[in-house]
Design a protein around this ligand. Structure first.
Ligand SMILES: [Mg+2]
Length: 239
C-alpha cells in the first residue's frame, strides 16, 4: 500500500453534536457550592444574634451595606461582631437555634449528594448556626467553610475569626475543587450577596438566589425558590 491510499475522512455519519453546552456532557461528579445566609437560609445569623443582643437595627444596616458592596465584607463582619460583644452564651445558642433552612433545601442537598456530587457551604456566617440548621432537617453536606465568633467566660468576645473574613470565596472554591479533584468548569456556585461575587465569577455555572441588585448582573441564571433551583439543576444536567 502506497502513500496514495485515501485517508479515512470524517463523513456526515460522524456525530456532530459535540457542543460543550450539552448538559449530558457534564461531568458525573461536580462541586456544588452554596452560600448560606440569604441563600440556603432566609435569615441572616448576625441579625438573629443582634435581636438577642438588642442591636438588630444596627446590625441590619451594616449587613445591607456590605451586601450591596458599600462596605468591605471584613469591615462589616468585624463591626457586627463588635456590636455583639458581651452577648452571653445561652442567648448565642438561642439565636443559632433559630437559624432555619428555606423550605425544600433538604431535598435539593440530598438529591445532589445522591447524584454523587460534592456539596459544600461557603459562608461568612458561623459554623454552629449552619450545623444546627442542617441537623434540624437531618441534612448534611460534604464540606462547610465558615467563620466563628469566639466565646470567653460565657460570652462573645466581640471578635470574629475564620477563613472567610479576609479570605474570599473564589479562593475557597478553587482550593476545594483542587482538593476533591473537580475542574473549575464543573463547579456551580449559588449565592445572593456581594461576598458571593468572587465565587460566582470563577464557577462553571453562577446561580443567583434572589440576588442583591449589585450581584444579579454577574449571575448566569437567577432563581427564587428551591423548586426552581432543583428544576435548574435538572435542566443543566446536574441532576
Ligand atoms: Mg448571602
Amino acid at each position: 500500500m502506497g502513500p496514495t491510499e485515501t485517508e479515512p475522512r470524517a463523513t456526515a455519519t460522524e456525530p456532530a453534536n459535540r457542543t460543550i453546552c450539552d448538559p449530558r456532557a457534564r461531568s458525573d461528579r461536580m462541586l456544588i457550592a452554596f452560600d448560606f445566609d440569604g441563600t440556603l437560609s432566609d435569615s441572616e445569623m448576625t441579625v438573629l444574634l443582634g435581636e438577642e443582643a438588642g442591636v438588630a437595627g444596627e446590625i441590619d444596616e451594616i449587613t445591607e451595606q456590605a451586601m450591596n458592596d458599600e462596605l468591605s465584607y471584613a469591615e462589616s463582619l468585624y463591626a457586627r461582631a463588635d456590636l455583639l460583644d458581651g452577648l452571653d452564651e445561652e442567648r448565642v445558642e438561642a439565636a443559632f437555634g433559630r437559624v432555619a433552612l428555606r423550605p425544600g433545601t433538604g431535598d435539593v442537598l440530598d438529591a445532589l449528594s445522591a447524584a454523587g456530587h460534592h456539596v459544600a457551604i461557603l459562608t461568612g456566617g458561623f459554623e454552629t448556626g449552619v450545623e444546627q440548621a442542617l441537623e434540624s432537617t437531618r441534612s448534611s453536606v460534604d464540606t462547610i467553610v465558615a467563620n466563628r465568633l469566639p466565646i470567653r467566660n460565657g460570652a462573645l468576645t466581640g471578635a470574629a475569626e475564620g477563613p472567610l473574613i479576609e479570605g474570599t470565596k473564589d479562593d475557597a472554591l478553587a482550593d476545594l475543587a483542587a482538593e476533591v479533584g473537580v475542574d473549575m468548569a464543573d463547579t456551580v456556585a449559588v449565592g445572593d450577596g456581594a461576598n458571593d461575587l468572587p465565587m460566582l465569577e470563577v464557577a462553571g455555572l453562577a446561580v443567583g438566589y434572589e440576588p442583591k441588585p449589585a450581584v444579579e448582573p454577574h449571575c448566569d441564571v437567577v432563581v427564587s425558590s428551591m423548586v426552581r433551583l432543583r428544576e435548574l439543576f435538572e435542566d443543566e444536567g446536574v441532576l
